[in-house]
Design a protein around this ligand. Structure first.
Ligand code: RB5
Length: 151
């Protein structure tokens, strides 16, 4: 399967079941899912899981990544520290569509203590079915990349 259909999933201990539900959902859509865990409910640290998923995307091994924690915020912050990552937390489908269309986000973060599994799956669908529009939005994304390069 081409890398264009490969997606990495990760989470902390708070979000294992939702992550597995997302994996099953998108596998049915033909995505090659790289689920890098964790698999036990033992307390763990979201920064290392966010970074591990982000590195899979930044390296080109996976086109997209989905990361989850209690709020989505901590793991999003960690993922965005990896060069080349544009990750947004979404709790609604409009934002999930827009971070692809306008921001060319390559990762999505979800907070399982904020939203339920049904909405999480809808948000994932909105994110994965939207495409970057380019044009003026590409100019702005390039500006974000320049900030990263200068820092
Ligand atoms: C873990 O208790 C919690 O802090 C974590 O899942 C996440 O919400 C952090 O941003």
């Amino acid at each position: 399967m081409s890398a264009a259909k490969r997606i990495v999933l990760s989470s902390d201990h708070a979000a294992i079941e939702t992550r597995q539900a997302i994996a099953a959902h998108i596998e049915q859509q033909g995505w090659d899912v790289v689920d890098i865990g964790p698999t036990t409910a033992e307390s763990t640290h979201y920064p290392k899981h966010g970074a591990a998923a982000a590195q899979r995307v930044a390296s080109g091994d996976c086109t997209f990544g989905i990361v989850l924690c209690g709020t989505g915020q901590g793991i999003m912050l960690a993922a965005n520290k990896v060069k080349g990552i544009r990750c947004g937390v979404c709790s609604d489908t409009f934002s999930a569509r827009m971070i692809r269309q306008h921001n060319n986000a390559n990762m999505l973060a979800l907070g399982v203590r904020v939203i339920g599994d049904g909405l999480a799956l809808d948000i994932v669908d909105a994110f994965l079915s939207a495409e970057f529009e380019g044009g003026r939005h590409a100019t702005r994304v390039d500006m974000i990349d320049a900030l990263e390069a200068d820092s």
